[in-house]
Each structure stands twice: as structure tokens, then as C-alpha cells.
Design a protein around this ligand. Structure first.
Ligand SMILES: C[S@@+](CC[C@H](N)C(=O)[O-])C[C@H]1O[C@@H](n2cnc3c(N)ncnc32)[C@H](O)[C@@H]1O
Ligand SMILES: [Zn+2]
Length: 206
């Protein structure tokens, strides 16, 4: 294995030091070891960046798909102090742990955790949102773009993680759905998209 360069080591240490929710990121990693092989709580390393971006566009409504234990939802709410965050989590154990983390961090009034499969929630939702952060298992991704385009306001941002999940876990279920999602997002003329690592950032244009 190649040793990280000194600046990378410094950045990693610094990121933990300045993250007010770092204990939840660490708890997420520990939780996955205990919960078993099917657990997909992998907190994004980009949560602070999503928080900064959210703050810059001053959203009122943020929708997150894939709560995990609440680390990225807290960063979105922290970065955008005028926003309410709704975050969808299919696993009841994760939803309960996330609720406890959010309450303890003092954000229970601004972060709502919904225990549901994302596709069911999206199908019932008709509220316009300013930001969608999509970070769940990819097997349902193929059905998301229609809902995303319906719910995301013009000028809003779609951030999508896990778009190259097959690179890390070849043969995992749902990779076709991730590819279909990626192709649709890239081909949609209403989305101005770029990639940051395995994440797509897409601006909703008219
Ligand atoms: C990568 S983790 C989310 C990490 C979180 N966004 C963070 O950075 O702290 C993915 C989460 O999505 C949940 N999940 C997977 N498929 C889902 C689905 N179809 N609907 C809702 N949640 C789902 C998993 O149980 C897991 O907790
Ligand atoms: Zn778990």
C-alpha cells in the first residue's frame, strides 16, 4: 500500500479536528463492524463540503436519501442554518440511531428522519426542494431521476454519491441501476453536471 503524502495525513487529521460531528462519523464506522455484512453505513467523507455548498446557496428545504447515522444530515443543517432537512432511511436501526444522534446534537427541530424506502417516499412527495443529496444503496437508483426532476427546483442542486460503487464492490446488486441513473443525469439537458470523485454534482437549470 502507498503511504498517504504528509499533506494528506495532515488534512485527514485536520478534518477530524474541525468536524463538530466527527464522533458520529466514527460511530458510523464502528456501527458497521457490529451490524453485519448487509450494513451499508459508509459516512461520506465529503459531508463538510456538502455543508459548505449548501450554505452558499441558502436553501430552505433539503432532502437527503440515505441517512446512515446522521453525519451528513447534520452537516447539511449546520452549513445551511435556514434550512430544514428531511432525510430518508430504510433501516429502522439506523433511523433510531440517527434520531438519537440528531437529538443529542441539538438539531431535532430542523432534521426530520423518515424511516421508509426512498422510492416509496419519493413517489408520495410533491414538495419542491432546493438540494437533494442521494447517498443510499444503488439498486433503486434507476427510478429516482423522474422524481428528482419533479422535486428539485430550478437553480437547485442534486448531489449523488455511489455512482462508481462497482469499482469498490464489483458484482454488487444494482450496479445496472447506478449506470442507468448516471446516464440519465448526464444526458438530461436540464442538469449541468460535473464529477467530484465518485459523486456527481448537478445544477438544475430551466
Ligand atoms: C452510505 S449510507 C448513508 C451515509 C450518510 N449519508 C452519511 O454520509 O452519514 C447509506 C444508507 O442508506 C440506507 N439505505 C439503503 N437503501 C435505501 C433505500 N432504498 N431507501 C432509504 N435508505 C436506504 C442504508 O440503510 C444506509 O443507512
Ligand atoms: Zn447498520
Amino acid at each position: 500500500m502507498v503511504e498517504p503524502a504528509p499533506f494528506q495525513q495532515w488534512l485527514a487529521a485536520q478534518a477530524s479536528t474541525v468536524d463538530p460531528f466527527d464522533h458520529i462519523r466514527e460511530a458510523s464506522e464502528a456501527h458497521r463492524q457490529q451490524h453485519g455484512a448487509a450494513c451499508t453505513v459508509y459516512p461520506t467523507s465529503r459531508a463538510p463540503l456538502w455543508g459548505v455548498i449548501a450554505g452558499a446557496i441558502r436553501p430552505n428545504r433539503i432532502l437527503e436519501i440515505g441517512t446512515g447515522l446522521g453525519h451528513s444530515a447534520l452537516w447539511l443543517a449546520y452549513g445551511a442554518p435556514e434550512a430544514d432537512v428531511t432525510t430518508i432511511e430504510a433501516d429502522p436501526v439506523h433511523a433510531a440511531l440517527a434520531r438519537a444522534n440528531v437529538r443529542k446534537a441539538g438539531y431535532a427541530d430542523r432534521i426530520e428522519i423518515v424511516n421508509a424506502r426512498a422510492i416509496d417516499f419519493l413517489a408520495d412527495c410533491d414538495e419542491q426542494v432546493d438540494i437533494i443529496f442521494c447517498d443510499c444503496d444503488v439498486d433503486e437508483y434507476g427510478d429516482y431521476p423522474t422524481h428528482v426532476m419533479r422535486l428539485l427546483r430550478v437553480g437547485g442542486l442534486l448531489i449523488t454519491a455511489n455512482l462508481f460503487a462497482g469499482w469498490y464492490t464489483p458484482g454488487m446488486p444494482g450496479l445496472d441501476a447506478a449506470v442507468a441513473y448516471r446516464d440519465r443525469v448526464l444526458a438530461d439537458p436540464r442538469l449541468l453536471s460535473t464529477f467530484l470523485g465518485a459523486n456527481a454534482i448537478s445544477l438544475r437549470t430551466p
